[in-house]
Write a protein that binds this ligand. Structure first.
Ligand SMILES: NC(=O)c1ccc[n+]([C@@H]2O[C@H](COP(=O)([O-])OP(=O)(O)OC[C@H]3O[C@@H](n4cnc5c(N)ncnc54)[C@H](OP(=O)(O)O)[C@@H]3O)[C@@H](O)[C@H]2O)c1
Length: 281
């Protein structure tokens, strides 16, 4: 299978390497493809401006770009217009991918009361950036090719040590009142994309990509403090409420037969603290 990964950064490259090890060919599109590993064929292009001719023989596409800044304009350029450019480019090339997978975000949900969320929960984002993601999902699902949107929770993993650093340096607090946060280890996110693209079962249009443990963020910072041997963080105002307060379910992803390597933050952060893996540029 030949896979085009549009926006081939950390998650895209990890996905590419796993696909390549499984015997697939990968083309990675980004503005600076010179940093891609040799196993990935680089293709220079700007999703926000114009794209080079896309390969006609792609069997599947992963859209995993992330804008440089968190603004509605930047999101529109890279996500909504960028995805449209990719779909148009595929049509122009005469390509007929059997699946285009858009890496979206759980930010499409506006739940803030700690309630449970799944793929059937209405998308009522609280932010302008979230609204652009909903619009991008709509463009994919009404587009020319079979589409799947994969809504990831916060990615953590190799090199993503902001929370660990805050706890180590005594800058973290236990949110008061408690806030439920959802996450997925980068490697599980990449493995799930490979699983969805290469599986034989028919795919649905939407999957949540979250681990088994939506938890109060305070539990995570207390656990990290204990592992790091530093004093337990004190209660304080939540400074990271961007993700709302919700608990996301992963039953639909599990129903496809996917198994997590890092089912909860404990296994995942243990690997991060042990220095396992590297963050791709
Ligand atoms: N981080 C999270 O917690 C989180 C949560 C939910 C969902 N997600 C989603 O996960 C996906 C992957 O995230 P990531 O952590 O792998 O991001 P990343 O490492 O920052 O990679 C993003 C890639 O997008 C490329 N890119 C950005 N603007 C571009 C443009 N105009 N044209 C072409 N390529 C462009 C960048 O390469 P160049 O600079 O070379 O162009 C970079 O390689 C994204 O879709 C993101 O929205 C992330």
């Amino acid at each position: 299978m030949k896979v085009l990964i549009a926006g081939c950064g950390d998650l895209g490259t990890e996905t590419a390497l796993r696909l390549q090890r499984a015997g697939h060919q990968v083309v990675g599109l980004r503005r600076d493809p010179s940093v891609l590993p040799p196993q990935v064929t680089g293709l220079a292009g700007d999703l926000g401006a114009s794209l080079p001719p896309l390969p006609a023989d792609v069997d599947a596409v992963v859209f995993a770009a992330a804008p440089d800044e968190r603004s509605a304009d930047a999101y529109r350029r890279v996500y909504a217009d960028g995805l449209t450019r990719v779909l148009d480019g595929l049509v122009d090339a005469g390509a007929t991918p059997r699946r285009v997978l858009f890496v979206s975000s759980t930010a499409v949900y506006g739940v803030t009361d700690g309630g449970w969320v799944d793929e059937t929960t209405p998308t009522e984002p609280a932010s302008d950036t979230g609204r652009v993601l909903v619009e991008t999902e709509r463009r994919l699902l009404t587009g020319p090719f079979p589409g799947t949107t994969f809504r990831l929770a916060g990615i953590y993993g190799p090199g993503r040590t902001r929370l660990v650093d805050q706890v180590r340096e005594g800058r973290a607090s236990v949110p008061e009142p408690p806030v439920h946060a959802n996450r997925i280890h980068r490697d599980d996110a990449a493995a799930a994309i490979v699983h969805l693209l290469t599986g034989t079962a028919p795919l649905g249009e939407v999957y949540l990509g979250v681990d088994h443990a939506p938890v109060d963020r305070g539990e995570v910072v207390r656990w990290l403090a204990e592992r790091l041997g530093v004093p337990a963080p004190e209660p304080g105002p939540d400074r990271r409420s961007r993700g709302g307060d919700k608990r996301c379910r992963n039953d639909r992803l599990l129903g496809t037969g996917f198994a997590f390597t890092y089912p909860t933050y404990r296994e995942g952060y243990a690997a991060v603290l042990a220095g396992q893996g590297t963050r791709h540029p």
